[in-house]
Design a protein around this ligand. Structure first.
Ligand SMILES: Nc1nc2c(c(=O)[nH]1)N[C@H]1C(S)=C(S)[C@@H](COP(=O)(O)OP(=O)(O)OC[C@H]3O[C@@H](n4cnc5c(=O)[nH]c(N)nc54)[C@H](O)[C@@H]3O)O[C@H]1N2
Ligand SMILES: Nc1nc2c(c(=O)[nH]1)N[C@H]1C(S)=C(S)[C@@H](COP(=O)(O)OP(=O)(O)OC[C@H]3O[C@@H](n4cnc5c(=O)[nH]c(N)nc54)[C@H](O)[C@@H]3O)O[C@H]1N2
Ligand code: SF4
Ligand SMILES: [Mo]
Length: 695
């Protein structure tokens, strides 16, 4: 049979590594990283390699479905695409007529493939586009914006050239991005030092030169002490600071009381090791990276941890430096035009955002783009500042990614229409009124994506396989919805027509993607910091942010020691594992076989007190929420906390493998969506305490 190689983009997680699928007939023969993509080295991670099992799996939505019973009851009516799309379009039209276009909310997972559905929503006239990020990296994003005026993705981590990388709340070797892993391992081979700061011994801790186990929630104290050391012992980059950092005196005065001894008492680390770290970083500067974190929706002060991490980088002169946080290049930086965007075809909606982001008191410092979906969900209940009646959930599972499923369900109950666009089952899809099943990534093509970097590029996902079931690509789904609703601007006959639209005036044609699946636009280019770099009012790094002040927030709030867990309780902590992506791979046959359930990490001394042996079943509980899983008894976790991998504890009958295996950490955070950080916008998911007992 005819064997061919198709350039695609891995869709097993949000990183979207460029890849190549070898197919024969309509079967996958082999999946690998795109051999032409720098840093990928032809590799996929374990999840990427399991893409074939996703295709083979029958336990995914196979055709459009309209709810026939109560929400979540699992009674469905099979529908044709024509019927399902006409139904959704009819309901959207009705709701728009009754409550205005602004009553329609859409949330997604962010990333480079959003143009079509964002354009659809904007074309309808709604300002309410949100993404998942208040459950993930909003604190990092807002930390970067508050200091630099640009976002977290406007700098790259130049691991390859780095001499010392500090990974704080960042498990880089298990929470995987293939290129990052490769780059950091390469750097390690040539002498780069790694310091890992975590509450437990991860794979990253095992590979690090220095591992600092901190008391959960005390990272802000540690960072303030490092700043104290850098400033009081003149270890910082004075030239960089003089040229580019404002408010250094205020910072100096603020950190005066926070010395290494102070932080030692808070974190449990010896003061000597904190001073040593400052010395090591100063010696390696400016080729250092203090990672500001990724999944930082954890504590009431995570935003301050992110901000101080960036400030440490600034003091070491690593912002813009080789081996530090280098400036990202977009097409314009290498003299090229970017992709033409569908969202630009429509005028900006007149209404203000329902989440209040960008305009409401206390919320004007937040970035409008993706908003804060937790606050939009709150508006579904309160009807303030105005009602939300329809919610399209695209590649997003708010019922699992926000705390307390029942609580979030009760909020969604106020909707007149809930639609899921997804390729797998999820709690949210199961609770929806309509499921519009997307073809998994190997069975669909996507719009051309643009990737910033040292060498910016365009890349494309082509369709490797014909869909096994009656599923569609997202561009087809929204194109057809647009047709039903009279949005002529989005009426494209084919993906080729969309690609041509995107490439107009770029000087690039589809033929240019043939050889490698990518088109390099220029570079690699290293741009040192200049007057145009920082997008703040002063053009410099502003330690004291006027935007934060205008919302009544302190730029340098005093450190508050985290609550010690009440007697008999443990702080909940959670994170990722190399074998799974959030909640949506647990039912993948291959990945399930390798890791069918999560376990509860608990410190040896605590387990002994509770009479729990390694491998024994335990019950973990918070109020009326409880679940049973196996204990992993280890010295390698801080005694104040218990840890579990997120994404388990599935309950849906349509997921025969994942159902009933392990526990959902998000269920142990009662009404936790209401606890969010007013500075950074992230939900504070580790401010919850659980009990543990033998099951
Ligand atoms: N308690 C707790 N909560 C957490 C976390 C935690 O560790 N603990 N982690 C947080 C983090 S870091 C994040 S990023 C969020 C993640 O949570 P979400 O943003 O909800 O992301 P996923 O679970 O990856 O995917 C959501 C749904 O999209 C579907 N999907 C995946 N890929 C595609 C695609 O290409 N197209 C379409 N249409 N659908 C797709 C999946 O099958 C899944 O049903 O959760 C956050 N919430
Ligand atoms: N394999 C895999 N890779 C992924 C994903 C996936 O689902 N699976 N998801 C992707 C996504 S969406 C994201 S956001 C990233 C997340 O990437 P990371 O943020 O690196 O991953 P996490 O595992 O959420 O958290 C990192 C570490 O924080 C630690 N931690 C918890 N509390 C504290 C604390 O108080 N202080 C310190 N210093 N550390 C603490 C946890 O023990 C954990 O090891 O991973 C991405 N990559
Ligand atoms: S990190 Fe792994 S799962 Fe994620 S896109 Fe890359 S290969 Fe796929
Ligand atoms: Mo995330």
């Amino acid at each position: 049979m005819n064997r061919k190689n198709v350039y695609s983009v891995c869709g097993m997680c949000t990183v979207r590594c460029p890849m190549m699928a070898t197919v024969e007939g309509n079967k996958v023969v082999y999946l690998q990283g795109n051999p032409h993509a720098a840093g990928i080295k032809g590799a996929l991670c374990a999840r990427g390699a399991a893409g074939g099992a996703l295709i083979a799996d029958d336990e995914r939505p196979q055709f459009p479905m309209i709810r026939a019973g109560a929400r979540g009851e699992g009674k469905w009516r099979k529908a044709s695409w024509e019927e399902a799309l006409a139904y959704v379009a009819g309901e959207l039209s009705r709701i728009r007529e009754a409550h205005g276009a602004r009553s329609i909310l859409l949330s997604d997972r962010g990333g480079p493939f959003r143009d079509m559905h964002r354009a659809f929503l904007k074309g309808l006239g709604s300002p309410n586009y949100c993404n998942h990020d208040s459950a993930c990296a909003r604190n990092v994003q807002h930390a970067a914006l508050s200091l630099f005026g640009f976002g977290r993705k406007d700098v790259a981590y130049d691991y390859k050239n780095s001499k010392h990388v500090v990974l704080q709340t960042r498990n880089i070797f298990e929470a995987i991005n293939v290129k990052e892993v490769n780059d950091l391992l390469d750097a390690k081979d040539t002498g780069c030092k790694i310091t890992c700061i975590d509450v437990r011994t991860t794979v990253t801790a095992a590979k690090a030169d220095t591992f600092l186990m901190v008391r959960p929630g005390t990272d802000y104290a540690l960072n303030l002490a490092v700043i104290h050391e850098l400033l009081t012992r003149d270890l910082y980059d004075k030239d960089f600071a003089a040229a580019w950092i404002n408010d250094l005196d205020a910072l100096r005065a603020f950190v005066a009381p926070y010395d290494a001894d102070f932080a030692a008492a808070e974190t449990g680390l010896p003061a000597r090791r904190i001073r040593e770290l400052a010395d090591q970083l100063a010696a390696a500067a400016p080729a250092v990276i203090w990672h500001p974190g990724w999944m930082t929706a954890r504590y009431g002060d995570s935003f301050n941890v992110c901000r101080t991490a960036y400030i440490i980088n600034a003091l070491l002169g690593s912002i813009g430096a080789k081996g530090g946080l280098t400036q990202m290049n977009k097409p314009a930086h290498v003299g090229k035009k970017g992709l033409k965007q569908l969202v630009d075809l429509f005028p900006k909606p007149e209404d203000k955002r329902v989440d209040g982001v960008g305009w409401m008191e206390g919320r004007s410092h937040f970035e409008a783009g993706p908003g804060l979906v937790n606050l939009a969900i709150e508006a579904i209940v309160t009807g303030q500042p105005y009602p939300i009646k329809a919610y399209i959930v695209h590649r997003h599972d708010p019922l699992m990614s926000f705390p307390d499923t029942a609580d979030v369900k009760s909020k969604l109950d106020n909707l007149e229409l809930l639609v899921s666009v997804t390729f797998s089952w999820s709690d949210t899809a199961w609770y929806s009124d309509v499921v519009l099943p997307m073809s998994p990534y190997l069975e669909r093509e996507s719009m051309i994506a643009s990737k910033a970097g040292a060498a910016p590029q365009f890349f494309v996902r082509k369709r490797a396989l014909t869909p096994r079931f009656d599923t569609r690509a997202d561009w087809e789904i929204y194109r057809d919805l647009a047709r039903h609703m009279g949005l002529k601007e989005l009426d494209f006959d084919s993906i080729e027509a969309i690609w041509d639209f995107q490439l107009k005036d770029t000087g690039v044609s589809m033929a240019d993607f043939e050889a490698t699946g990518m088109v390099k636009l220029g570079g690699p280019l290293h741009r040192p910091i200049d007057e145009k770099s920082f997008k703040t009012p002063s053009g410099k790094i502003e330690i004291l942010s006027a935007k934060l002040a205008a919302d009544g927030l302190e730029s340098l709030p005093p450190y508050v020691s985290p609550a010690v867990p009440p007697q008999g309780r443990y702080r909940i902590s959670f994170g990722r594992i190399g074998l799974h992506t959030q909640g949506h791979t647990v039912n993948n046959p291959l990945l399930f076989a390798q890791m069918p359930e999560n376990e509860l990490w608990i410190h040896t001394t605590e387990a002994e007190k509770l009479g729990i042996a390694d491998g024994a079943m335990v019950e973990v509980r918070n109020g009326s929420h409880a679940g049973k899983l196996r204990a992993k008894v280890t010295e390698g976790i801080h005694p104040e906390t218990v840890f579990m991998v997120h994404g388990f504890g599935h309950t849906l009958p349509v997921e025969s493998r994942a159902r009933g295996r392990g526990v959902a950490d998000n269920e142990l955070m009662p009404q936790g969506i209401a606890n969010w950080d007013k500075g950074g916008g992230g939900v504070c998911m580790q401010e919850h305490f659980v009990t543990v007992q033998p099951a």
